[in-house]
Design a protein around this ligand. Structure first.
Ligand SMILES: C[S@@+](CC[C@H](N)C(=O)[O-])C[C@H]1O[C@@H](n2cnc3c(N)ncnc32)[C@H](O)[C@@H]1O
Length: 274
């Protein structure tokens, strides 16, 4: 049963999470955050918000499950195939002129986007000289990404995306099937460093040639979008690239004057100023 909740209750939940675990959801877009909280109350059979807050504070394992439900982890391999074609045809050839390539997948969820990138790089003969950092706030999805084992029933959509991307072979060239699961080829992630990272805290790693942060900004309010895009701007070399999701834009962010639009259709921006 889901409960209609008010802003005060949302603030109390946000405060409990911040005080206990130092995750700050205060700048998540309120409408979708409220919808997720309503879902959480129903999924975990909480009678009301007070019960939810008690559980969050007292049970760390419950909190991990809460975190997984509160964030939307939906992802696909080669999601938006035209985006991946654009990377192959126009973005990666520019980056490939560098001796080493550095890519950050910010908020990579269960890793499908990372395996897509590794396959694309392999098909372009760039995988061996690329370093990838793949991060997400959620430890559970990072563990799935590291294992690279996906239910075979989910591979149908991934395969159809790969066909629309017009890859060199078949997606099945990159996984073996075992007992209803697709086990991704481990060599694809030899140069991938998976780790947890909270974009809200705003710490950076180093500089990158390409940052992908797709289908994440949509869950943040303008204040947080601004901060995160500034973090990305500081984490990019001059002339390198930032890609966001098909329904997202950085056009209204304060750092926009540091970027030019490289592809309006695929939401790819190029950093033009330090
Ligand atoms: C919808 S998925 C997007 C996955 C992938 N980028 C794609 O486009 O298919 C959104 C991801 O953002 C992550 N996320 C949400 N808030 C975050 C934060 N503050 N820091 C890092 N990751 C976050 C979630 O855990 C989730 O895995």
């Amino acid at each position: 049963m889901s409960e209609e909740i008010d802003i005060k209750s949302i603030r109390n939940i946000v405060a409990a999470v911040k005080d206990t675990y130092n995750f700050d959801f205060g700048n998540y877009a309120i409408t979708s955050f409220k919808r997720r909280i309503e879902r959480v109350l129903s999924v975990f059979n909480c009678k009301n918000v007070d019960e939810l807050i008690e559980k969050i504070k007292e049970d760390k394992i419950f909190f991990e499950s809460f975190l997984k439900e509160i964030t939307v982890n939906t992802t696909e391999m080669f999601r938006d195939p035209s985006f991946w074609r654009k990377l192959r045809e126009d973005v990666l050839p520019l980056i490939a002129t560098h001796q080493n390539i550095r890519i950050w997948h910010a908020a990579c969820s269960s890793g499908e986007e990372v395996y897509s990138m590794a396959i694309l790089l392999k098909e372009m003969d760039l995988l061996d000289r690329t370093q990838i950092i793949a991060t997400d706030i959620n430890q559970d999805v990072i563990s799935i990404a590291k294992k690279g084992i996906y239910a075979i029933r989910n591979m149908e959509l991934n395969q159809s995306n790969y066909e629309r991307f017009a890859g060199k072979g078949m997606l099945s060239d990159y996984f073996s099937e075992n007992d209803g699961f697709a086990c991704m080829d481990r060599s694809l992630i030899a140069n991938v460093n998976f780790r947890t990272h909270d974009l809200v805290l705003g710490s950076s790693f180093s500089k990158f040639d390409l940052i992908l942060c797709r289908n994440v900004l949509i869950y943040f309010n303008m204040t947080l979008q601004d901060r995160v895009v500034e973090l990305f701007s500081n984490s990019l070399f001059k002339n390198s690239f930032l890609a966001v999701g098909s329904k997202e834009t950085i056009a209204w962010c304060k750092s926009i004057d540091k970027f030019s639009t490289f592809s309006i259709e695929e939401k790819i921006y190029q950093k033009i100023k330090e």
